[in-house]
Design a protein around this ligand. Structure first.
Ligand SMILES: [Zn+2]
Ligand SMILES: [Zn+2]
Length: 254
């Protein structure tokens, strides 16, 4: 079975109601049968989305961020985090702080398998990007999961977030050529100084990957070690320009 077929089989097994490839007609019918309901409070959704106006206003949006790494800043500029050694990526965009109520949505997506939330969160990311996309990448690369984790979880949340972004921004989505070939401990279980070592050498780019500019998509960025390692791997494979797009930026230690 091909990787694509295997992945779709896994996702369908977990969530029968939301197969990843739903055509427009089905989508319209689905919206008619099941009008949007706010994922946070249960009120009617706004603008065809599962989010009401009030809850949308409560999202902890990142207003001002480091131009290089996307870390929230009190004023415009570049933070000191990467001053000594620049990151392997060129720029990073985070939509929200990893704070209530957004953190709950990400946890429900990841740990409860609420895949419809990937669509909402991906669209929020696409909203932000469509206003400030300085360079248009040739391909979106979701941070891959190791096959063992994929089997446990049944889906890759980064890929599910990337799908609506790719659709909205009309970008190619490449999740076949970049793999996590080494199983790693969850970064969230580790202290900051061990995260870099944990993730080192975890990713590989398969033959046939040709994009020169890439946007890495993930749900949350904390210390940035995962995005940095994947970016370094892509860089070694010849990618010239690398953006990182995440739903939320977490502050380490919170
Ligand atoms: Zn609401
Ligand atoms: Zn920074």
């Amino acid at each position: 079975m091909s990787k694509a077929a295997e992945y779709n089989r896994l996702v369908s097994a977990v969530n029968h109601s939301s197969p990843p490839k739903v055509n427009k007609w089905l989508e319209g019918a689905n919206r008619w049968l099941f009008p949007p309901v706010c994922s946070l409070c249960g009120s009617p959704g706004e603008g065809g989305r599962d989010l009401c106006r009030g809850c949308a206003g409560d999202l902890p949006l990142v207003e001002v961020a480091c131009l290089r790494c996307g870390a929230p800043l009190p004023m415009a500029g570049v933070c000191g985090r990467y001053q000594r050694r620049p990151p392997a990526f060129d720029r990073a965009v985070a939509v929200c702080h990893y704070q209530p109520p957004l953190d709950a949505l990400i946890k429900r997506l990841k740990f409860n398998g609420d895949l419809h939330l990937a669509r909402l969160l991906g669209e929020l990311l696409a909203d932000r990007l469509s206003g400030e996309l300085s360079t248009v990448p040739e391909a979106i690369v979701p941070v891959p999961l190791h096959s063992r984790r994929l089997r446990e979880r049944g889906f890759n949340q980064a890929l599910e977030l990337a799908r609506p972004i790719a659709r909205r921004l009309r970008l190619a989505l490449d999740w076949r050529h970049v793999v996590r070939h080494r199983a790693t401990d969850p970064q969230s279980d580790l202290p900051a100084k061990l995260r870099s070592r944990n993730i080192r050498g975890a990713f590989a780019v398969q033959p046939g990957f040709s994009a020169q500019s890439v946007a890495i998509v993930d749900d949350v960025m904390t210390t940035g070690h995962t995005a940095n390692e994947l970016a370094a791997t892509l860089r070694r494979a010849g990618v010239a320009d690398i953006s990182v797009w995440v739903c939320a930026r977490a502050v380490f230690g919170r």
